[in-house]
Design a protein around this ligand. Sequence first.
Ligand code: DQA
Length: 141
Amino acid sequence: MKILIINGPNLNLLGRREPGIYGNSSMESYLETLRNTYPNYHIDYFQSNHEGDIIDTLHNAGFNGEYAGIVLNAGAYTHTSLAIADAIAAINTPVIEVHISNVHSREEVRHHSMISSVCRGVIAGFGLDSYRLGIEALCKR
Ligand code: DQA
């Protein structure tokens, strides 16, 4: 089974960015842990700081049945991007929205998600483990 993790803006800085909120681990080392946890799954990873690149990646992954699902942390685009929401609505592959932090316990601007309504579900607040929980949610389907 193939799964695609997509990270949005500033998530290339995991491990260095606000460690009190996002932790000390880089995504690269967490990916190693994830791949060891799920040796039978093929986990691809894409990160971009650019909205259009995220949309192109959703389009490329979303129609051909290659992936069982997509685990998406759209970062701040979660709260602003109707274009990413439209891309998720357009594709066939299921998308799980994940957040490292509990966005609902943070500033009000982070309480609203443009993409939740077009995702299969939402996982937030479990640190990097949110990605693993997203994979679990996809596997149980
Ligand atoms: C985030 C939460 C967003 O509000 C923020 O803009 C991020 C990361 C999270 O994983 O907790 O960049 O998606």
